[in-house]
Design a binder for this molecule. Sequence first.
Ligand code: SAM
Length: 290
Amino acid sequence: MQISDSSSRILAGLLEARTGQQLTLSRRWRIETALSSQLRERGIATLDELITILVMGKEPSLSQKVVEALLNNETYFFRDRAPFDLLQRHALPELARARHASKRLRIWSAGCSTGQETYSLAMLFAEEPQNWLGWTIDILGTDVSTACIDRARHGTYTQFEVQRGLGINQMIRWFEECPDGWRAVEALRKPVRFQVHNLLEPAPHPGGFDIVLCRNVLLYLNPDKKALAFERIAGSMAEDGWLMLGAGETVIGQTNKLGADINARGLYRLVGDGARIEKRQADRRAASGA
Ligand SMILES: C[S@@+](CC[C@H](N)C(=O)[O-])C[C@H]1O[C@@H](n2cnc3c(N)ncnc32)[C@H](O)[C@@H]1O
């Protein structure tokens, strides 16, 4: 089905204004597939007709639905596994030491899509209960898409989704079969909560997160919006916090507030504060004779 240049420009403009995501020419082929269910639901024959209804503004909820349909929500459990191992081997043991007095950890999965990343984080803790006895683990998943957050909150996945990234033992241990598919068990749902949030808006808990994951979200943001998103993320992190981006994403050349962790490739720290923290940790280790 053809879409006129002016209609595809209108859609690209709407998506970018609401989310910062660019619908580059090479990604415009997605429009037809993405909006086919909107056409079916409304019994509309062409995309241009849908855009006309959108532009007339008679259906305020339509623009939100169209924006959500155009977003790329691809995700799966333990995506690119290695970064989760890095968290488990590197960031969590260090945070367990640094926060042993408060016994509280706050983690933000920003752009969590339908929640698989957020529940993967919950599994890291649930699989080592002896290490986290008495701790309050608060894992917040956010996304600009209301439909994604509704699904994430429910925590129910199809057979295909639950098998992507999980071994059979993990699937049986952490999900129970229900009429709609497989639902995350209470132990996984308890530490997580979900909220609709646009990454370009102020962060949910400024300065409060020990770990932030923002993976495969910033790829198609224009440079200004990407700089703003990094500003928000940096502002959301505790001074000794950690940021994880997606494979192939980097902070280099995007922000001067964050830098690569020299000990853990793929994790990022606040610059300046990070250096102070390394020194404090070295001092503490020296004082304890470790
Ligand atoms: C490709 S998915 C990645 C999901 C997950 N982080 C992962 O790596 O598997 C990108 C998600 O970012 C969300 N997103 C895009 N722009 C956003 C924005 N401005 N604020 C919050 N979420 C956004 C999309 O709705 C989508 O669910």
